[in-house]
Write a protein that binds this ligand. Structure first.
Ligand code: SAM
Ligand code: SF4
Length: 452
């Protein structure tokens, strides 16, 4: 008798690395009840949309996707649609009103329950909705199917205790909850044994790690412990908050050989009045000093940031303070966004909203300055030899390999497949705002042979 073919699951992920990591855990959980991942969107038995609510645009995308999937479901009766992530957490049952073809709605705090919800939906033949207000006290450890065999994400803290007046994250992700060092190190050791060379420690506010544990700890101590895991050559962390980026963290990055010289510390705006209205809890001078402290201790560190333009009440002059700060602090890269009013956030109801056309004009101007500054900053790598962890072939030009420096710069260069997964020295020949182009230095060993 031939075995029944496994069920298949297709997953689409919107949003940040945290969501991408959550999707890997959803796949791990579903594998336990016989679902195998597929790229075949049309033929899948189960389609999952892992959603993002950070801006209105990402939320709109969810409903256009679900419209498309409704048609696929009509063509394949019996297949299921599940919606998870931040929009599902926020909307819950209400999501079904706008997307009645959905079979399962689950939130950010009950991901571990996905297999049961799928089985329930199959048995019930009707929609199943379940969201929890908070993560369970004992954080469940969930299996994972990783999408990358060279670098891996490891969540270390969930949720966020800040209340920035524009941000929906605390509403949909709940309060901060850290995994224990033992759980995290266990996962990193397994990754090292499986051949992974790099991990990124993840959290919405990763620099707050450990304050809720007993005894309390902090990211600096965790980095030191990560540094002792044999075979794990690189450790990064994302995303920090300026207020929590304490000296011990900078010191650990400076002294732990595997801790990468890369800091993503969102400043959000260059005006004190805007920062106060955003409830960020620091002034621009505090941030300037942080950048100065990082660069004094680790001169070659890359520092990147997030910026919002068109926050309610932001004047032209205040916007220019943000532009000037980018010039002054010479960020390596900036994620920029036009302010998007979100439900459950105070700023969404303020009367002094900035008109859309003004926001987008500001965004355009800021982006041009950001590109110019990043280009200038990347030029400092010219003619230097940098260590690159090779991740694969470049999608744009398969002739080239692509990878990242310790400072998270993308480097593209020609080389053999044998280098994929390896740490190699690459000479930087040219730079643009987004990436570096390089070549293998003459005489460097490639898979045992020397280049001519
Ligand atoms: N915790 C990090 C911090 O302290 O800034 C940021 C995490 S948040 C998920 C990622 C980025 O989304 C933020 O840095 C912010 O720039 C952007 N963001 C959040 N809410 C936004 C909104 N309502 N409109 C535009 N951008 C927003
Ligand atoms: Fe959102 Fe970051 Fe502020 Fe938390 S600290 S509310 S995640 S922007």
């Amino acid at each position: 008798m031939s075995a029944r073919p496994p069920k298949t699951v297709y997953i689409e992920t919107f949003g940040c690395q945290m969501n991408k990591s959550d999707s890997e855990h959803m796949l791990g959980l579903l594998e336990e009840i016989g679902y195998r991942q597929t790229d075949d969107e049309k033929g899948a038995d189960l389609r999952i949309l892992n959603t993002c609510a950070i801006r209105e645009g990402s939320e709109d995308k969810v409903f256009s996707y679900l419209g498309h999937w409704r048609k696929l479901k009509e063509a394949a009766p019996g297949s299921l649609i599940a919606v998870g992530g931040c929009v599902a957490q926020d909307r819950g049952e209400a999501l079904l009103k706008r997307a009645p073809a959905v079979d399962i709605v689950f939130g950010t705090h009950n991901l571990h329950r996905l297999p049961e919800l799928v089985l329930k939906a199959k048995a019930a033949g009707g929609p199943v909705v379940e969201t929890f207000q908070e993560l369970p006290d004992d954080l469940p450890e969930t299996p994972v199917v990783r999408q990358n065999s060279i670098t891996a994400w490891v969540s270390i803290i969930y949720g966020c205790d800040y209340n920035c007046t524009y941000c929906i994250v605390p509403y949909v992700r709940g309060r901060e909850k850290s995994r224990t060092p033992a759980q995290i190190l266990g996962e990193i050791r397994e990754l090292a044994e499986a051949g992974y060379r790099e991990v990124t420690l993840l959290g919405q506010n990763v620099t707050a790690y450990g304050h809720d544990l007993s005894p309390p700890t902090h990211l600096g101590q965790l980095l030191e412990l990560c540094g002792q895991v044999e075979g794990m050559k690189r450790v990064r962390f994302l995303t920090g908050h300026p207020r929590d980026t304490r000296p011990e963290i900078i010191e650990a990055v400076a002294s732990v050989p595997s801790a990468c010289e890369f800091f993503h510390v969102p400043v959000q705006a260059g005006s004190d009045r805007t920062l106060r209205r955003m409830a960020r809890g620091y002034k621009v001078d505090f941030y300037r000093k942080l950048v100065d402290d990082i660069r004094k201790r680790i001169p070659d560190a890359a520092i990147t940031t997030d910026l919002i333009v068109g926050f309610p009440g932001e004047t032209d002059g205040e916007f220019l303070e943000t532009v000037n700060l980018v010039e002054e602090l010479c960020f390596d890269a900036c994620n920029t966004a036009a302010y998007s009013p979100r439900p459950h956030t105070p700023a969404a109801n303020w009367p002094d909203q900035v008109p859309e056309d003004v926001k987008y004009e500001r965004l355009r101007l800021l982006n041009s300055v950001v590109a110019e500054v990043s280009h200038r900053r990347n030029k400092r790598y010219l003619d230097r030899v940098v260590e690159v962890l090779v991740e694969g072939r470049s999608e744009r030009n398969p002739e080239r390999l692509t990878g990242r420096t310790r400072t998270n710069k993308v480097v593209n260069f020609e080389g053999p497949d044998a280098l994929i997964g390896e740490l190699v020295d690459v000479r930087v020949d040219s730079a643009n705002a987004w990436a570096l182009r390089g070549s293998l230095p003459v005489g460097v060993a490639v898979g045992g042979a020397a280049t001519p």
